[in-house]
Ligand binder design. Structure first.
Ligand code: MG
Ligand code: MG
Length: 285
């Protein structure tokens, strides 16, 4: 028996501590967004994110993961998640998912991911359109899941909402729903980047953890434009589609508190993304 088990529900003052790493993580991704262009390397994006985090007096929590030395993961085209930054040069039309996190000196964590389409001409317009559709539907499924946190009782309901969104919004160019990565999950966040409970991004038989004030959760759907099967590349990290279809990944860290929900890794608390779902975020008091 474990002598001590931390509650998955944080006290109000602990929730307040979660705001700072969320803000810093969002600013690091803003800097990456501003820098993405043809010709930049994935390692340069890593350095940009790290410089923002360090300048704010925080540090990379990805570097606390055993064996990982970078500040972000950058996954390009058929790579979905966990791509390692390096000398790869981005090209116009590439679909690029960037996952980033920061930990403050106070010991609280943020974790967020965005998918970008590298601007510029030269790539097959049909392929670029499909990549844009994939990113849009993945982002939409994330916001649907976050919105569900405002009213659902258990995490199982959130997973069902995400899967239903994907099923209800097939990719226009293929007529098929995006493929869901079922072996990779969302998670609690707090003193560590990855904590209990687990969030599945699809319907499951179990009810899942109770949603109540104090829950901090990363909602992070990972989707493909084709099949659901993926494999781990020879670098032992990168998760890539088996059929070579494109991947997308969107993630936010979200706090549930007594007054409602607040997206910790969005500058507006999630107001813009949640508006489509009739949910208004409430700042953590
Ligand atoms: Mg992440
Ligand atoms: Mg995460």
């Amino acid at each position: 028996m474990r002598p001590f088990r931390r509650s998955i529900y944080k006290k109000p003052e602990q929730l307040r501590g979660m705001r700072e790493p969320g803000r810093i993580t969002a600013e690091a991704l803003d800097a990456v967004a501003a820098a993405i262009r043809p010709g930049i390397t994935t390692l340069e994006l890593d350095r940009i994110a790290e410089s923002v985090i360090v300048a704010q007096g925080a540090h990379s929590n990805f570097q606390l993961v055993p064996g990982y030395r970078h500040t972000v993961c950058v996954s390009v085209n058929e790579q979905v998640v966990h791509g390692i930054p390096g000398e790869r040069v981005l090209e116009a039309g590439d679909i690029v998912s960037v996952d980033c996190g920061a930990e403050t000196d106070a010991g609280w964590n943020g974790d967020s991911a965005r998918t970008f389409i590298v601007p510029g001409e030269g790539q097959d317009p049909e392929l670029v359109r499909q990549r844009e559709e994939l990113s849009d539907v993945t982002r939409g499924s994330m916001w649907a899941g976050i919105a569900a946190l405002a009213s659902a009782q258990h995490l199982g309901q959130v997973g069902a909402v995400i899967e239903d969104y994907i099923e209800s919004n097939p990719l226009p160019s293929t007529g098929q729903p995006a493929g869901i990565l079922r072996d990779y999950v969302g998670h609690g966040i707090g003193r560590r980047m990855h904590e209990d409970p687990t969030l599945f991004h699809y319907a499951t038989p179990g009810r899942g953890a109770e949603i109540k004030p104090g829950l901090c959760l990363c909602v992070e759907p990972m989707m493909t434009a084709g099949g659901e099967d993926v494999f781990v590349e020879d670098d032992d990290w990168t998760i890539t589609t088996l059929d070579g279809s494109s991947g997308a990944h969107w993630e936010h860290s979200v706090a549930v508190h007594a007054g409602g929900i607040w997206v910790l890794t969005a500058a507006d608390g999630g107001a813009a993304g949640l508006a489509d779902f009739g949910v208004t975020p409430t700042p953590i008091p």
